[in-house]
Design a binder for this molecule. Structure first.
Ligand code: ZN
Length: 399
């Protein structure tokens, strides 16, 4: 196989696995995913490289110095911890900064691999922590490695299309790039009353969620980023949100992603793609609601891979351990153009894949789901408006 056609796979280290154990919702995810990928013999089709820490200065490309200091040395005061989002589902733990440096290091490593032209695709399943903000943690995300990867690709290759298939709105990434047209964010996610993070609805609904209504209330921050400076115009046309109803299922999810991403790609003309696979969109996920199958998610990702653009693949959320591993292994195989078997091979976590031990045991359940026509029409409307705006912007900038 030609060198460029091999997929770069950024693999975790023991230290990274141990640090992930400090985050309850990520417990055992990495070893389960790696065990399945190894048992399927996929490593031999990949260029495997171990994750390395990013430098603190590389995280400063997005995160505030104060926030990074808080990761290194969490304040004792509860109010200060709340300012940094280091409470509840982002509780502080020993080694937080190291975890952030490794998570961002994996995404940077993947971005460098595709930006240098040595490979077309690079995978870092530890990444995709899309909720983390400039100066706060959010939704199990302590560092926004996706923003850092997009930054690197945009600097080195040009326009980046960020596509987020996670069941939750990619709010941190959208916010990071809302003032620029150099990175376009497209997020497909569940949107319903009380569903985290409560943003990413149709434009008329965003105000109701109080989206970006005020800057972060952080007493110790040294500066406020562009996004919160009222004089800086937002580039709303470069953030497309596709809010989906609960139980969307493959029948709507797969064609919608194919159509929307294809149209945006043609109008926006990106030079690179950052894709968050987000297997919490799968059926059976305790925190997702979209009821997509492993095959459906893989088909959706494959359509984007078929563009043959330099692409970084990141993991995102996924809280059913068996289905997350099934999906990430299946997408790894698709990226490397390898067929996957119907049956899950023997591996150290084999028992969690029961009772059927296959890759497709819950397809039937997902095929029943449907989405209302009125909602689909609203999605179509927002898509065509966005595409029209992109084309107008392109023709006015080239004239
Ligand atoms: Zn999620």
């Amino acid at each position: 196989m030609e060198k460029r056609s091999r997929v770069a796979y950024i693999a975790p280290t023991i230290e990274y696995v141990e640090l992930c154990e400090m985050i309850p919702r990520l417990s055992l995810r990495t070893p389960i995913v790696e065990a399945l990928i190894s048992a399927m013999g996929l490593y031999q089709h990949l260029t495997v490289e171990r994750v390395r820490e990013a430098l603190v200065e590389e995280l400063e490309a997005f995160h505030s110095k104060d926030y990074l200091n808080a990761l290194n040395d969490p304040p004792a005061d509860l109010e200060e911890l709340e300012d940094y989002g280091l409470v509840d589902d982002c509780a502080p733990f020993s080694g937080m900064l190291k975890y952030a440096l490794l998570t961002a290091g994996g995404a940077l490593h993947a971005a460098r691999a595709v930006a240098s032209g040595t490979t077309l695709r690079a995978i870092w399943w530890g990444g995709g922590r899309h909720h983390a903000k400039w100066s706060s943690a959010s939704g199990f995300c302590y560092v926004n490695d996706a923003v850092i990867a997009c930054n690197h690709l945009s600097t080195n290759l040009g326009r980046v299309l960020y596509i987020d298939l996670d069941a939750h709105h990619g709010d941190g990434v959208e916010e990071a790039f809302i003032t620029t047209d150099e990175v376009m964010t497209v997020s497909f996610h569940a949107f319903s009353r009380g569903f985290f993070p409560g943003t990413g609805g149709f434009p008329a609904e965003e105000g109701k969620a109080g989206y970006r209504s005020q800057p972060p209330q952080c007493r110790s921050v040294s500066c406020v980023p562009k996004v919160y400076q009222t004089s800086v115009p937002t580039r709303r046309g470069y953030a497309l949100n596709m809010p989906l109803l609960p139980n969307t299922g493959d029948e709507v999810f797969v064609p919608l992603i194919g159509k929307a991403t294809e149209q945006v790609k043609r109008a926006y003309n990106p030079k690179a793609v950052v894709l968050v696979a987000g297997p919490d969109c799968l059926s059976g996920d305790p925190l997702g609601e979209l009821r997509v199958s492993v095959q459906g998610l893989t088909r959706a990702v494959r359509r984007i891979l078929d563009w043959e653009l330099p692409t970084v693949l990141l993991g995102g959320g996924g809280y059913s351990q068996a289905n997350t591993a099934r999906a990430l292994a299946s997408i790894t195989a698709a990226a490397a153009s390898v067929e996957i078997p119907d049956e899950v091979p023997e591996n150290p976590f084999f028992e969690i894949y029961g009772p059927d031990f296959t890759f497709n045991h819950y397809v039937r359940e997902t095929q029943r789901a449907k989405m209302e026509d009125t909602h689909l029409k609203r999605l179509d409307g927002i898509l065509s408006k966005t595409v029209t705006h992109l084309l107008q912007d392109r023709s006015s900038s080239s004239s």
